[in-house]
Design a protein around this ligand. Sequence first.
Ligand SMILES: CC(C)(COP(=O)(O)OP(=O)(O)OC[C@H]1O[C@@H](n2cnc3c(N)ncnc32)[C@H](O)[C@@H]1OP(=O)(O)O)[C@@H](O)C(=O)NCCC(=O)NCCS
Length: 138
Amino acid sequence: MIEIAELTHPTDVVDEIIRERAIRAKVKQSRQFVATIHGREAGYLSFDDHSDTQTGVIYEVFVLPKFRKLGVGSSLVAFAEELASTLKCIRLRLSAIPFDRSVTQNWLDSWYTKRGYIPASDGSHELEKNISVSSDSD
Ligand SMILES: CC(C)(COP(=O)(O)OP(=O)(O)OC[C@H]1O[C@@H](n2cnc3c(N)ncnc32)[C@H](O)[C@@H]1OP(=O)(O)O)[C@@H](O)C(=O)NCCC(=O)NCCS
């Protein structure tokens, strides 16, 4: 079972690889989330709300290699989309750049394409997806 929770202190993360990412990302003032699968830390999301442009930004999606292909990455992206919608963002953006050689650029591009992301119209080499605004807090 995949669960996602917000991190208040990056140092609370037990897994060393996720903890290092979270400590580094904290500098950017982004909100951070950890995904667990059956209670074990498996993945990480760093998200920023650019409310001035109604845009949510995924800075990082990362899943520990041993927990990949179990739907954790998809859950983190879906979570970011729901969060962006709740924050009244109308789009989500990201730079699809592999962090390491475990995934190729082609694979990552196709992974996001399957999830509805398309090249941003401003020629920035980012990907974006329009999202519908949640009516929960109306
Ligand atoms: C990109 C990344 C986050 C994907 O994470 P993930 O948890 O493996 O992603 P998912 O499991 O949701 O999806 C991976 C594939 O496994 C498949 N899958 C999902 N659940 C599955 C299951 N239970 N059984 C078999 N396959 C499954 C999915 O269908 C998907 O394939 P598809 O794209 O052909 O549909 C991960 O590869 C990663 O951390 N890469 C390194 C970090 C990086 O470079 N990040 C760049 C972010 S911009």
